[in-house]
Ligand binder design. Structure first.
Ligand SMILES: [Zn+2]
Length: 131
């Protein structure tokens, strides 16, 4: 798998008494490795925030669409520009920490709300039919 940039966001208590987000950008092959890379970065940097809580992990930019990601034809071409090489992007839902997915077109950057893998694929394909 190719590495892409992830934005890992934590909430933490700061010495000034504030409760702020802490954002770590890291290059990783997936959500799990992004989290461990971010955790290493936090320890290395001696960040003063304490009680850090993981809030979200999202790709900074969607990975470029290639034939590989949709090789089995599970996803229909982009309903907006017709690009057949759309990507299924993994992310982490802030609400409950569930791994969720959305489909992204690397050509026109069309996207959708993250959901379960099955629903993301289903909704994307429904969308094409609705046109
Ligand atoms: Zn498109």
């Amino acid at each position: 798998m190719q590495k892409i940039n992830y934005v890992v966001t934590y909430m933490g208590n700061y010495p000034c008494g504030g409760y702020h987000p802490l954002i770590v950008k890291t290059e990783a092959t997936g959500v799990e490795s992004a989290i461990s890379a971010a955790q290493n970065a936090i320890e290395d940097d001696r960040i003063k925030a304490t009680d850090l809580t993981l809030l979200s992990v999202v790709p900074e930019t969607c990975p470029p669409s290639t034939e590989d990601v949709n090789g089995n034809g599970e996803l229909k071409p982009c309903p907006f520009c017709g690009n057949p090489h759309v990507s299924l992007v993994e992310t982490l839902r802030e609400l409950d920490g569930e791994n969720t997915y959305f489909v992204n077109c690397g050509c026109c950057n069309a996207s959708q709300l993250p959901d379960s893998k099955e629903r993301a694929v289903h909704d994307w394909n429904q969308r094409e039919e609705a046109q």
